[in-house]
Design a protein around this ligand. Structure first.
Ligand code: ZN
Length: 260
């Protein structure tokens, strides 16, 4: 009898926990609300200082403020984040790759809890503070960009992965010396993608996309980058710069070669 009762309680608990929805807590900060679960109760203070820093860096880069408050959601595990992305992106079968840890749009930054990175993430280590900060700043730039874009969740943005990702990469400092050197090497070896549409792919995607935005910034200035923020099509962007894609690529190549 005793064993049966113990088993009954045990299975009831398992079933109960499987069907209990995740309990989210909310905390207001300057310009955003953090949503988190019990798992991050104690560690969230450390994350929040990274969020604050990322938000500050994005604003400093553009010398402009965020246009509205947003939400930062710290998912307790990859399953929670995948479920969120499946709903947000209307892709019910979506399963994230192991290197995917965060995303940002105008209203929200989703992040897989760093407490889970050791078990559920490849390529990123939370302990590498500098890279972790840049990663969060990158997402904060996406949030900023979304708030200035005609398509706040980027769903209508076409042929501009190189620009959206390149901007976040460059503004967050991820287009570092090492990545620029790798692009330079690929250029001298004639191993570059032939169009901008392919720049955000492969192992050099950060360096390729980031250095194009770095070039646009140096040639046209920061005010021009801000002017480009609302755009959703590659042609619109090239029209504002008054340049063809071929010419932009040719000028960018010279710029990359000149980089130290
Ligand atoms: Zn990104």
């Amino acid at each position: 009898m005793k064993l049966r009762r113990t088993l009954l309680i045990f299975f009831t608990l398992i079933i109960f926990s499987a069907f209990t929805p995740t309990e989210w807590k909310a905390e207001k900060h300057s310009g955003y609300v953090v949503r988190y679960t019990q798992q991050d109760e104690l560690t969230r203070a450390a994350y929040i200082s990274i969020f604050d820093q990322g938000k500050k860096e994005a604003q400093n880069f553009f010398s402009e403020a965020y246009r509205s408050d947003f939400e930062v959601k710290i998912h307790p595990n990859r399953q929670s984040m995948d479920t969120q992305w499946q709903t947000d992106w209307k892709m019910p079968d979506f399963k994230s790759e192991c290197w995917m840890v965060a995303s940002g749009v105008a209203t929200k930054l989703d992040l897989l809890s760093p407490a889970r990175w050791k078990e559920e993430v490849c390529e990123h280590s939370y302990e590498d503070k500098e890279k972790t900060q840049k990663l969060i700043t990158h997402e904060m730039v996406h949030v900023f960009h979304g708030q200035w874009n005609k398509s706040p969740d980027f769903s209508e943005v076409e042929q501009l992965d190189w620009w959206v990702e390149g901007l976040a990469t460059y503004a967050s400092g991820q287009c570092d010396r090492q990545r620029r050197d790798e692009v330079k090497k690929a250029l001298t070896e004639n191993k570059l993608p032939s169009t901008l549409d392919k720049f955000w792919s492969g192992k050099n995607r950060y360096g390729l996309s980031g250095s194009v935005v770095m070039y646009i910034d140096q040639k046209y200035g920061r005010a021009k980058l801000i002017e480009l923020l609302p755009l959703t099509k590659k042609k619109e962007l090239l029209d504002v710069l008054k340049i063809s894609e071929d010419q932009l690529l040719a000028d960018w190549k010279k710029f990359v070669i000149s980089l130290n």
